[in-house]
Design a protein around this ligand. Structure first.
Ligand code: GDG
Length: 500
């Protein structure tokens, strides 16, 4: 079964007369100057492109940071523009932030405090007081824009860790909206979360939601453990909810999926294309191909993976000349020194491995740091014999699912870190690895490469079934259905209070 794309009817049957207001840091459309002309850039990320048709069919408003340099040229006095530009179906409300605010709120607090804490790496936290101040100010701007767009009855759907304080701020002016938030990254254990100096304020903000969603049950449990740190919060484990400040917040897992049908079609149409021919001509590939796709981020475990490959080539020289590893790593957050250092380290490690093992007609590691077009990515997924997804921590990891959906002929094998959210769903049929266990990781690469065809097909068929049934539309529908169930429960409770 494939998750059904939510239609205008399904969404509006759930929302009733309530209007939908979505908010995220990234916007679904941006306006940019190109040679003095204004051009529209479309959603690049998987989530924005999956949500866009839903908001188009349901109508409503999407609130997001005005990241494009020409964004202000096309909006009205309140920062609103109808999108998609050729046939507007909903309003995009843009929130303007100064460069200093973006530095403090996005590069600072979101990515140097919340990101390392949630990925259980507090030693990387940079808890500067001005980051927190900017985070609060930016959240206030988002909340004001949302409150402006919402009416008392709206359903407000917030995305991710950039907006943790928004629910409480929205409630100040719009106490009756239904507010829900999906947290896309790991939610850590209580001990790790408590290392954040503002942990109480963050919980206070999030507990103004009616519903909070995480990728896995484990993150839900962790969140409930953290909520219990607030003296005024009552955690109800039986109903997985928290009563705090006169409101009950339900905590549920909704594992995010991909548009698997679209990925599969892309892989089918990418057979033997120009990208593949050029790629093969340009690089001295071995007969066996392993692939890693990610942003250059320390959570993704790239140095640890290179260490495992080095161990493999060193201890099993028969894989020299045979196995090429393709590392697609796009530059990310490079304003942050930690990320710049990682980028330099990865590049120098790859150079070292290629000098150590490479020959005139074989390159051990091919490094790609350009953002690939979708069909180029689909080709690599399709052609790879091994997909290596080995983060040190990852909320979900959509690359694992994209690799699976793209195995349209001669199925490859998925190697997956047990420290990802995806392992909860795919762990039985993938080969699990621990990113820090270098010899064990190298063994796992070898066993994956040695799996006989029937076993590969059996595993991949099971994985495909999972990825297609738990796709992005199933994820959305599950959340809308939960909203409906919570509303129904509240209506029943309100009626019984009236009757008494
Ligand atoms: C966060 C959480 C959670 C990458 N390079 C190219 C490209 N990509 C696309 C991939 C994939 C996406 O980027 C990366 O998604 P991930 O899920 O792996 O990771 P994060 O960016 O860390 O996302 C994560 C996710 O939110 C969703 O909730 O799974 O745990 O950390 O879609 O395909 N796409 C193209 N060219 C590239 O070069 N076209």
């Amino acid at each position: 079964m494939t998750g059904e794309r939510p239609t205008a009817e399904t969404v509006s049957s759930i929302l009733g007369d309530r209007e939908l207001v979505v908010a995220s840091n990234r916007q679904p459309y941006s306006h940019e100057y190109e040679d003095e002309e204004i051009v529209v850039n479309r959603p690049a990320g998987g989530l924005t492109s999956a949500l866009d048709p839903v908001v188009q069919s349901a109508g409503g408003t999407w609130v997001a940071w005005a990241s494009g340099d020409a964004d202000g040229e096309v909006t009205d006095d309140d920062g609103r523009v109808g999108v998609p530009p050729e046939n507007p179906a909903y309003d995009l409300r843009r929130v303007s932030l100064s460069d200093e605010q973006v530095d403090g709120y996005y590069y600072g607090y979101s990515n140097q405090v919340l990101w390392p804490i949630c990925h259980i790496d507090p030693s990387k936290m940079n808890a500067r007081a001005d980051f927190w101040q900017h985070y609060r100010d930016a959240n206030r701007k988002f909340a004001d824009a949302i409150a402006d767009e919402a009416n008392g009855e709206s359903v407000v759907w917030l995305q991710d860790y950039h907006l943790a304080l928004v629910p409480r701020m929205v409630r100040e002016t719009r106490p009756d909206v239904f507010c829900m938030q999906f947290w896309h990254i790991t939610w850590p254990s209580r001990d790790a979360f408590q290392t954040c100096p503002q942990y109480r304020q963050l919980l206070d903000g999030l507990l103004a939601n009616d519903l909070i969603g995480f990728h896995t049950d484990q993150y839900c449990q962790n969140f409930l453990d953290c909520a219990a740190m607030l003296p005024d919060a009552r955690v109800d484990r039986a109903t997985r909810s928290v009563v705090y400040d006169g409101r009950r917040t339900f905590v549920r897992s909704f594992p995010l999926g991909i548009d698997a049908t679209q990925r599969r079609q892309l892989a089918i149409s990418s057979a033997d294309n120009e990208f593949w021919h050029e790629f093969k001509d340009e690089h001295d590939l071995g007969d066996t191909l392993a692939l890693g796709i990610e942003r250059l981020d320390y959570t993704k475990g790239i140095p640890e993976r290179l260490a495992a490959l080095e161990h493999l080539w060193e201890t099993r020289p028969e894989w020299q000349g045979e196995l090429t590893y393709v590392q697609k790593a796009s530059e990310s957050r490079s304003q942050i020194p930690e990320y710049q250092a990682l980028q330099d380290f990865v590049e120098s490690e790859i150079q070292r491995l290629n000098e150590r093992f490479g020959t005139d007609n074989w390159t051990p590691v091919v490094y790609l740091n350009e953002y690939l077009p979708k069909d180029g990515l689909a080709t690599l997924y399709r052609e790879a014999d091994l997909g290596i997804v080995s983060p040190r921590r990852d909320g979900m990891n959509l690359v694992a699912k994209e690799f699976v959906a793209s195995q349209v002929d001669d199925p490859g094998v998925l190697l997956l870190s047990e420290l990802t959210g995806a392992a909860e769903e795919l762990g039985d049929e993938a080969i699990l690895v621990h990113p820090h266990d270098t010899p064990g990781f190298a063994d796992a690469i070898e066993s994956a490469l040695s799996l006989p065809e029937p076993e590969r097909s059996r595993r991949m068929n099971d994985l495909e079934r999972l990825v297609h049934s738990n796709d992005v539309y199933a994820w959305m529908n599950a959340q809308f259905r939960t909203v409906k169930a919570i509303q129904r429960g509240r209506d029943v409770a309100a009626k019984s209070v009236k009757r008494q």
